[in-house]
Write a protein that binds this ligand. Structure first.
Ligand code: SF4
Length: 166
């Protein structure tokens, strides 16, 4: 992690998780795993955050909250989906009110499958995310802004591509 030039701050949002993954996120911050020793600090303010940690799936009730937190974070930023619910809806994906994983509403940079996700895997994904964050920071500094497609636009483009292939 020698490429890290500032302490990365994370913000954690529990979409609709059963709290299993949230406990594991908190374990990362507690003395046993102690990610604070790497300068990683948990903040409650999206405007101070570099890394967005999301647990639980996305539904009609929380989709705008997820979007608003993401939009309030300054560039560059990365998103980590924690637990299989956040990755694709998990065991709740067939429920009437579940839209799917976090990437149905915002771009996701790293996925941590598992039920619940283990702290080691969460830390590994955050470190992966920090590498991506640094790439985005360099791209911003060089004026080459990495413009990510809106999830809806990406889905529409993929559907259009599928139609053309058919
Ligand atoms: S992945 Fe498992 S532990 Fe995590 S929020 Fe979903 S059901 Fe709970």
């Amino acid at each position: 992690m020698s490429y890290i030039t500032k302490s990365p701050w994370v913000i954690h949002y529990d979409g609709s998780s059963c709290n299993g993954c949230d406990i594991e996120v908190l374990a990362c911050l507690m003395p046993m795993y102690d990610v604070e020793r790497f300068g990683i600090i948990n903040t409650g303010n999206p405007k101070h955050a570099d890394v967005f940690l999301v647990t639980g799936s996305v539904n009609e009730q929380n989709k705008n909250v997820v979007k608003q937190i993401y939009e309030q974070m300054p560039e560059p930023k990365v998103v980590v989906a924690i637990g299989i619910c956040a990755c694709n809806g998990g065991i709740f994906r067939e429920c009437y009110n579940i839209l799917g994983g976090v990437d149905t509403v915002i771009p996701v940079d790293a996925y941590v499958p598992g039920c619940a996700a283990r702290p080691e895997a969460i830390i590994d994904a955050v470190v992966t995310g920090l590498g991506i964050l640094e790439q985005k920071r360099q791209a911003l500094a060089s004026g080459e802004l990495l413009k990510e497609p809106e999830p809806e636009a990406a889905v529409a483009a993929a559907e259009e591509e599928g139609k053309e292939e058919a």
